[in-house]
Design a protein around this ligand. Sequence first.
Ligand SMILES: *Cc1c(COP(=O)(O)O)cnc(C)c1O
Length: 411
Amino acid sequence: MNQKPGYFGPYGGQFIPEILKATFDELVAVYQTARQDPSFWAEYLELMQNYSCRPTPVTFAGNLTQKLGGARIYIKREDLNHTGAHKANNVMGQGLLVKRMGKRRVIAETGAGQHGVATATMAAKFGFACTIYMGAVDVARQRPNVFWMEKLGATVVSVTQGSQTLKDAINEAFRDWAGNMDDTHYCMGTACGPHPFPEMVSWFQSIIGTEARVQIEKTAGKLPDRVFACVGGGSNAMGLFSGFLADKAVELVGVEAGGKGLETGHHAARLASKDGRLGIAQGYKTLFLQDEDGQMKETHSVAAGLDYVGVSPILAHLKDQGRVRFEAATDVEVMAAVELLVRNEGIIPALESSHALAQAFKEAPTLSKDQVILVNLSGRGDKDIFTIADAFGDQKWRKFIQEKARGYAGN
Ligand SMILES: *Cc1c(COP(=O)(O)O)cnc(C)c1O
């Protein structure tokens, strides 16, 4: 049976108000034309090379490999991108499409503020006007990011409706778009939302997997046995996985936020837990964390970037197909992974990325020395200084974390 465009199994689609139909059609058209036009990708590659340090390296974590005593561990360094994470890959790509559409203004919503900073950076580079919607609670929590967005020239709108967090900011951003479609592009931050965003964002992020496949073959002498990526909305995972989807022998592992533990209900594991239910919200169909009445649940993660109720429809489908395995790492496991990477490799990982590291560290000792693990380090951890300092500043937590860190190495 032919799938409707924008569907991945039962997931995806485009559930939008009629008024936005024309602007979505325009976006789908410019995206499809760009995909078929080699000069677009060439322009994108040149931009990413000269503005965002691509190709990012693959680093062999030799000290940790020795310490954990199993598979050889390699790390794809998306933390070395401009603005500190893989988000640059997506926003710069969308910026080029905005230029092609002749629009002059971009809007976005942001929770933790990382996507807001990335979008404001792109707008400054391309000379676009920029408005960022952010829940009032998040504005208060993320002062440094708000400061930089404003310095970069963006208007930050503090949303005081509802719970004053990400989902309210999403509603406001869509309202703005409906009123300003002619000159405005909505810059979605992850591989979620209505068609074509899941597919389009994954395409821009595929630069990670395309590079990594060549790099790992060269440096490790073979394809990886297992590949790990953290999953918030799913864009960095889609980016890395896409390089290995066709290699059936490569096992793909997506790691969600286990929060305080799946059994506590305080988590954001839509695919790794049994709590994800099929639903339609925010313009697309996927597994959302919702109760029996369809009410969205509160999510929890120590990493703001993974703290989201929905998940990429493409990943939900890859799970059904058995192509990607989903796991969850708890807040404590994540802090232990931070400790291990910082101390042994001198790399400060983002808390989001540390979910992938935690799962990789759990599994590495169970594999043999000739096996290869590749972990996506989606971003750097400078932004997490206060969260990490708080965790290690609390005696009880520090004890838990350090026990866990020793546990990884089996001692
Ligand atoms: C935003 C963010 C994520 C989560 O987004 P995905 O779309 O799931 O990749 C992961 N890691 C970092 C460092 C982030 O900033």
